[in-house]
Design a binder for this molecule. Structure first.
Ligand SMILES: [Fe+2]
Length: 242
């Protein structure tokens, strides 16, 4: 019988290091000195409570939410779905999940993104939802394009969707990225390579899920987010969080 009271201590060594020379900007923005452990205060231990009343009808539909249903975004329609789970595989309900991503051409709607790919007037690139009683979430979106970035000269980000899960307080926000099964760029990406353990990286690669695909409409990709434990998701900010 599982012991639901136990707490598996966090293994901080398995998450990607904040400093990796192959990921050049991580060198200048990571701490140079060992981190100090400090007592948390109410501002870290408390946070907003999110309820389903907060959400708009289209908030988890990135194909339609930017135009508020007036016109769909360009690109290959996909469903991103999965569950937020704890260390024992139990559902984590009522959790805010936010995602952000580039458009089908690989460009973000951001003033600093000057990539050649055009903006899509009907795609914003952000969505949010709250897990249901089974910890389940889903987003309708388009498959993001790969994009180049000036790291070592010819580096490309694989197709990916950034994801954040919000805990019970501001200090508990966790951030990760979902990759797509079969994308050859994953093996060339210095950011993906900050995760040194292959099995841990593979848990960020969402498998194609025909069980949730809708015929003549969209493909589905399954991405479970596991907060702790042996099968935990790799989080890029785990070292900072509570
Ligand atoms: Fe990105």
């Amino acid at each position: 019988m599982p012991d639901h009271g136990r707490l598996i201590p966090r293994d901080r060594t398995v998450h990607p290091a904040p400093r990796d020379p192959e990921y050049k900007t991580s060198v200048t923005r990571s701490p140079n000195l060992p981190l100090l452990s400090m007592e948390s205060s109410p501002s870290e231990e408390t946070g907003p409570t999110f309820g389903h009343g907060l959400l708009g009808k289209l908030d988890n539909n990135l194909i339609l939410n930017f135009s508020q249903g007036a016109a769909p975004a360009l690109g290959e329609r996909i469903l991103m779905h999965g569950r937020v789970l704890d260390q024992d595989g139990r559902a984590v309900p009522n959790t805010l999940v936010e995602i952000w991503q580039a458009n089908a051409g690989g460009r973000y709607r951001h003033k600093k993104d000057t990539y050649f790919a055009p903006l899509d007037p009907n795609f914003g690139g952000c969505g949010r939802t709250i897990t249901d009683e089974n910890g389940y979430y889903e987003f309708m979106t388009i498959r993001p394009g790969a994009y180049p970035w000036p790291n070592r000269g010819n580096d490309w980000r694989p197709m990916h969707i950034h994801a954040s899960v919000f805990g019970h307080s501001f200090g508990q926000r966790l951030i990760t990225q979902m990759y797509f099964e079969g994308d050859p760029l994953i093996d060339h990406c210095p950011i993906a390579a900050t995760i040194k353990d292959r099995a841990s990286l593979d848990r960020l690669v969402a498998p194609l899920d025909f069980s949730k695909s809708r015929p003549l409409d969209y493909l589905a990709y399954k991405f479970d987010i596991v907060l702790r434990g042996r099968r935990q998701t790799m989080f890029e900010n785990k070292l900072e969080g509570m």
